[in-house]
Ligand binder design. Sequence first.
Ligand code: DX5
Ligand code: ZN
Length: 230
Amino acid sequence: MPDRLLVAPSILSADFRDLGGAVRLIEDAGADWVHIDVMDGHFVPNITMGVPLLKALRPATDLVLDAHLMVSNPLRQIPWFLDAGADVVTFHLEAVDDDEARTAIADIKAAGAKAGVSVKPNTGLERLDPLLPEADMVLIMSVEPGFSGQSFIEGSDARVSEVKRRAQEAGTEVLVQVDGGIGEATVGCVVAAGADCVVCGNAFFKAPDPLQVPRLLRQAAEKAEKGAVQ
Ligand code: DX5
Ligand code: ZN
C-alpha cells in the first residue's frame, strides 16, 4: 500500500475552458492522480466527459489518469479507455453482473492498467468478496454519484474499514479510494479508517489556493491517523 495518502483532484470541478491548465495545476500542487469522472446520462443523470477527452489529456501529463466510469455498459467502454491511455479504470459494481465484473477486471489488468470496482453508498459490500483477490482498488462513493460539490455522507468511513477488513479476511490487500465531499473536514475519518486515496473536486478547484490543498489534506489525514493510534 502507498506510504503516503494519494490525492486525486477531479477535473469535473475544473474550469472546462482550460483543462490543460487544470492538469498543470494538479501537477504543480504535488497531487498524485488526475481523476476523470465519466458519466453517460443513463447510469447517472449527468453527462460529463469521455474517451476523446482522456485521449487529449494523455500527452499533457505523466501523472496517473484515473478514469471513474459511471456508465451502464462498462464492458463496451473499458477497451476504449485503455486504448486512450488510462492508468486506472474503475467501473461500478451496480452496472454489471458477477461474471461481467470478473471479465472487466481481467480486461483492465491484461492491458497493464489498475482495475477498480466502485460501489454506491447503499450497495452491500458482500458482493465485493469474490472480486477482492483480483481487483487492485475499491472505490467507496461517499456521495450518490452524479454531481460534484455534494456533502460527504456520514458513516462512509465505516464502509472503508469494512472493505479493508473483508480484504484481510480474504487474505489479500486492496487499495481503497474514497470519492465525494472530501475536504479538510472529512479526509481524516476516511484515512483513519484505512483509505489510501482520496478524490477531491470542489475542495481542490474551488479552494482559494489549490496549490496548498494536497499538503493540507495530507496534514489533516496524518493528524487523524495519529489520533486513531493513541
Ligand atoms: C461524483 C464524482 C466525484 C465528484 C467529486 O459522482 O464521482 O468524483 O465529482 O467532487 P467533490 O469532491 O466536489 O464531491
Ligand atoms: Zn469520481
